[in-house]
Ligand binder design. Sequence first.
Ligand code: PRT
Ligand code: ZN
Length: 286
Amino acid sequence: MSEVVRLAIQKSGRLSEDSIRLIKECSIDFSSSGATLKSQAYNFPIEILYLRDDDIPGYVADGVADIGIIGENVAVEQRKNVDTVDRLGFSRCRLSIGIPKGLDYQGPQTLNGMKIATSYPNILSDFLFEHKIKAYIHEISGSVEIAPSIGLADAVCDIVSSGSTLISNGLKEADVVFRSEAIMIANPLLSEGKKKILDEMLFRIQSVKNAKNTKYILLNAPNESLEKITSLLPGVKSPTVMPLAEEGWSSLHSVVKEDQFWDVIGKLREAGAEGILVIPIEKIIR
Ligand code: PRT
Ligand code: ZN
């Protein structure tokens, strides 16, 4: 029987939706109804396991799953024997030091002698060691942000995204300890067959990533403005130019970064561009 790669993703939580979307964008079809524990893809040799995020690094290290999608914060904290094979760019957050908002922070030395509550004792102790700080780490598994207000700790080291959880608990973000995003991890001893399947999947992920924030642009322009318009479009080397039925006019097609494109839209119109169409791109194969 040919091999199947087992991919572990979070069952329900902040990583779930983007993990499922990424797999589907790779043209891998599977049933993602909430109730299942695993599902087999219809058109690609992978099986998807739905797990709690904290269990994923251990399952991948033990070979119960071959690969997994997980927050880098969890993977680094757990120190399991897994390889990071890709960075996925979603679920970005930071692990930060939060201190009472009235306290003056003058760098990590402010933490000397403090009691810091966290669910990330390994990452925090690396940070303290690196800055030669002696502090007490109080490990708790949830609701870390309330620890200072109930007198359990002087500071916290917790995941921050918008920062509003810290603020609503009378804390402020004093320092960033670690920046995280979702990553793909793999068991270091995959068979050759499984490695091939993983490589195919990584190739597809790369094509999807290349296309993100990139648009296909079509516009019409008088022939005498074509050179000017091409020079205005960032990153465009040689656009496709096709004559229009109307004498003296051409249609120009190219691929541009969407965010850069908005900066020059006014100049393009001044230069005579008309009928500008901006179309999403699904994948770019390089
Ligand atoms: O049930 P299961 O164990 O699978 O999930 P979980 O509850 O342990 O994890 P989940 O779904 O909350 O988070 C999964 C991953 O998402 C984390 O490991 C991070 O990599 C990433 N992530 C991104 C976040 C956040 N943003 C985030 N804001 N994880 C947690 N938070 C929490 C944080 O703990 C704090 O309570 O949100 C609060 C802070 O948010 P702001 O916006 O108020 O700063
Ligand atoms: Zn969890």
